[in-house]
Ligand binder design. Structure first.
Ligand code: GDP
Ligand code: IMO
Ligand code: MG
Length: 429
């Protein structure tokens, strides 16, 4: 048997919001199957095409392409209300042709998960808060691993749902009343909507592992779309200031049932500077005017929560770590246009820890808090680059910045974002 595997895995390389949605959409015309494999509605992936802006939280960013298969894999945590709101909004806009398949093994974010997410954050108090999106992600993954979660398949059978929800809710109500001083949740107020969610989701439920296996074996082009990013990874990120899933490349396999040998290439999405939303270490954060300018020019406000994103410079030490973790084959560099007019562009090449020079990512929250970044300043440019179509059209200093990144990381930059629209992208040959 001979066929060519054609599976791309796209992951965020920093702390999220690198522009993954735009890159997925931009590559989309050549893709047959779009897949989300971890996380949930904590993601906010923005796509702008022909003046139309859509923010995907749960659905793959390829949903705007008619007729393509879109998959929500088993590794996701699915909030049914969000799922139904997002699908109906898209379908009302006429995007009814995309085929959507949901794994029966994905876990369901229940109302009590969202309540617990908020209550736990309040209880953590100042200095310990994670700054979660409040979408119930952590508590839902906790239930998955403690084997007291509800899976999509459980919503489809009212008897199973009743039986499982009865004992799950008993435990949740103990936590809500005894630990958090809340009123207990009446069974029917959870069970009745959950039953309706099951009915509404049922038409989409399919054996997504088998669908993907078949698609891979037929040589179809599959794009696995990571949410969040490597430095928010539950194992390899800045723990505890992380999300609750495997956001780096490895998560794609547990989250779909595909195998590592299926992969053709890993696309790491790198923003031309760095942002972070929520709490946790961020060595190159800029608290001065430059940080403010990046926020303003980059429109750096959360696509899910609207929170202002913390902004700072590119961190080559963190990126080197991220490239290793993800086994990046190529880089999609986004938002290069935002650096226009910034004057000198700072790039962090090492850290200083009490006089000691550190050149590899320590991945220890306490150490990261103590570090001082060591910067190199690269020359900037003032020319508007938002209409550049080729690499050669970019000002020399912008070209030099791109080359600096690929040489430092030893990974080629194959795509450059010069604006938010699908068309504002330079593809290098
Ligand atoms: P994601 O979570 O990685 O998909 O990223 P978000 O959608 O949360 O945030 C990225 C933001 O930058 C969105 O508002 C995009 O429309 C925008 N964006 C993406 N690529 C570019 C680019 O190359 N230039 C500019 N100016 N904006 C971009
Ligand atoms: P996309 O896919 C940026 C952050 C939250 C918080 C931490 C944990 O759009 O890049 P959670 O609600 O997941 O338990 O929050 O992770 N976070 C993100 N930051 N982009 C995201 O997604 C994020 N999803 C979660 O701000 O710090
Ligand atoms: Mg986002």
């Amino acid at each position: 048997m001979s066929f060519k595997k054609n599976v791309d895995l796209l992951v965020g390389a920093q702390w999220g919001d690198e522009g993954k949605g735009k890159v997925v959409d931009m590559l989309g015309s050549e893709v047959d199957v779009f897949v989300r494999f971890q996380g949930g509605a904590n993601a906010g992936h923005t796509v702008i095409s022909e003046g139309q802006k859509v923010v995907f939280h749960l659905l793959p960013s390829g949903m705007l392409y008619p007729g393509k298969l879109c998959v929500l894999g088993n590794g996701l945590v699915i909030d049914p209300e969000q799922f139904l709101a997002e699908t109906s909004e898209l379908f009302n806009k006429g995007q009814d042709k995309a085929r959507l398949a949901v794994s029966p093994h994905a876990h369901v974010v229940m109302p009590y998960h969202k309540m617990l997410d908020k209550l736990q954050e309040e209880a953590r108090g100042k200095g310990r808060k994670i700054g979660t999106t409040g979408r119930g992600i952590g508590p839902c993954y906790v239930d998955k691993y403690s084997r007291s979660g509800l899976r999509v398949e459980d919503l489809l059978n009212p008897d199973v749902l009743r039986e499982r929800l009865t004992y799950i809710l008993e435990e949740k109500n103990l936590i809500l009343t005894k630990l958090y001083n809340q009123k207990p949740l009446p069974f029917d107020e959870i069970y009745e909507p959950a039953k309706r969610w099951g009915e509404a989701i049922a038409p989409y439920v399919d054996d997504t592992r088998a669908l993907l296996r078949k698609a891979v074996d037929e040589g179809q082009h599959i794009l696995l779309e990571g949410a969040q990013a490597a430095l928010l990874d539950i194992d390899h990120g800045t723990y505890p200031y992380v999300t609750s899933s495997s956001t780096s490349a490895a998560g794609a396999f547990t989250g779909t049932g595909l195998a590592p040998s299926d992969l053709t290439r890993v696309i790491a999405v790198v923003k031309a500077y760095t942002t972070r939303v929520g709490e946790g270490p961020f060595p190159t954060e800029d608290f001065e005017e430059a940080g403010e300018t990046l926020r303003k020019n980059g429109g750096e406000y959360g696509a899910t929560t609207g929170r202002p994103r913390r902004c700072g410079w590119l961190d080559m030490v963190a990126l080197k770590y991220s490239m290793e973790l993800n086994g990046a084959s190529v880089i999609a560099l986004t938002k290069l246009d935002v650096l226009t007019g910034m004057g000198g562009i700072k790039v962090c090449t090492a850290y200083d820890l009490d006089g000691e020079r550190i050149t590899s990512w320590p991945n220890d929250t306490r150490t990261l808090d103590e570090l001082k970044p060591v910067y190199e300043v690269l020359p900037g440019w003032n020319e508007d680059i938002t209409n550049c179509k080729t690499f050669e059209e970019l000002p020399a200093n912008a070209q030099a910045y791109v080359k600096y990144i690929e040489q430092s990381l030893n990974v080629p930059v194959f795509l450059i974002g010069v604006g938010a629209d699908r068309t504002q992208t330079i593809v290098r040959g």
